[in-house]
Write a protein that binds this ligand. Structure first.
Ligand SMILES: C[S@@+](CC[C@H](N)C(=O)[O-])C[C@H]1O[C@@H](n2cnc3c(N)ncnc32)[C@H](O)[C@@H]1O
Length: 323
């Protein structure tokens, strides 16, 4: 997939065919989803450092993470990362590994490397390649595990941390000279090249409601990815590089592969919004009608193929100086 290219939309006729062939009204499936603000206990959350991370760690989240993993690999034509780490890394660490899919696949790719995945939740599979290990720990704590890593990988984690700078400083200290870090994440801004996205877009409005809640109640900055290249340079990383991919939100792109990726992104995002509704928004006391309306509008707009919305996914990689 090429980075940062213009995305050609379906033609008006193709869009029309698509809309009229839809099995159900736009957005109907998600609108009738299981949202119920009194329902916060029905999902499972991490126990270690309870309350630190506000997304569940249950089967629903496992499915969401799997789709997200597939989307990221599709975007990179099957690759797991972009940093030029060479063919023979010895030690790799995945920070905030989640269900561990990336970690396991990297372990299979480099059977000679020792690969460690760290997370707050013990949700990783038990049977994994012999060179892969999982550790339950808070990556924002002082670093007590190994050092001299060739490669540190962080995907979809920076936006849920309180203190990115400390984490990145720890990574710098624990990489071997010449070792690489790679951060992969989305910037939650909804954009278009043809003016079809307005400031009233439902996904933008949902994020405007969510952003202050996550900032105040959890200390997260959902736009942090935009600051990371400078942060890395200021901390002393060198060779800081960034690749930005435009990813359609929904299935409006002419290119079949982009349509699939766009469908993945829409589903991941709306499922994420559902999890935000069932914890942070309830806990912050946001009125139920406001939450319902925001979710409804986001769902409708994300399904509207006449809105040519895209978001950007950033791959940022950098190196610890050789000396
Ligand atoms: C959105 S998931 C991403 C998982 C995985 N990196 C991926 O790309 O599929 C974020 C993960 O970060 C973990 N996490 C969040 N804060 C953490 C912390 N302070 N220490 C360790 N793990 C953390 C969560 O438990 C969750 O599994």
């Amino acid at each position: 997939m090429d980075e940062n290219n213009f995305i050609e939309p379906l033609t008006e006729t193709e869009t029309e065919d698509d809309v009229s062939n839809a099995e159900m009204p736009v957005g109907a499936r998600e609108i009738t989803s299981d949202y119920d603000p009194s329902d916060t206990d029905t999902r499972r959350y991490h126990a270690f450092r309870s309350g630190r991370y506000c997304i569940p760690n249950d089967e629903g989240e496992e499915i969401r993470e799997k789709v997200q993993h597939d989307m990221m690999k599709e975007l990179l034509d099957g690759r797991l990362f972009l940093a030029p780490i060479g063919d023979n890394p010895q030690k790799i660490i995945d920070l905030g590994t989640g269900f561990g899919q990336w970690t396991i696949e990297v372990g299979e790719l480099f059977p000679g490397a020792h690969v460690t995945g760290i997370d707050l939740s013990p949700v990783q599979p038990r049977w994994v390649p012999p060179n892969v290990h999982f550790v339950i720990d808070d990556i924002e704590d002082d670093w007590v595990h190994d050092n001299d890593y060739d490669f540190a990988h962080i995907r979809f984690v920076n936006t849920v941390l309180k203190d990115n700078e400390t984490l990145l400083r720890n990574v710098l200290q624990n990489l071997r000279p010449g070792g690489w870090i790679e951060i992969q994440d989305i910037v939650p801004r909804v954009l278009s090249d043809d003016g079809t996205v307005t400031p009233e877009h439902g996904v933008t409005k949902f994020y405007s409601l969510l952003d202050p809640i996550l900032r105040e109640h959890y200390g997260y900055n959902i736009f942090i990815v935009e600051q990371i290249p400078d942060m890395l340079r200021n901390l002393g990383f060198v060779n800081v590089q960034q690749r930005v991919y435009r990813v359609p939100l929904g299935e409006w792109a002419r290119d079949r592969r982009l349509r699939i990726i766009g469908g993945f992104l829409r589903e991941i995002l709306l499922e994420f919004f559902n999890t935000m509704v069932s914890r942070p928004m309830v806990e912050s006391g946001t009125p139920r009608p406001d939450v319902e309306e925001a979710l409804r509008q986001a769902t409708i707009d994300a399904h509207n193929k006449r809105i040519h919305a895209y978001m950007t996914i950033h791959f940022i990689f950098a190196q610890k100086p050789e000396i």
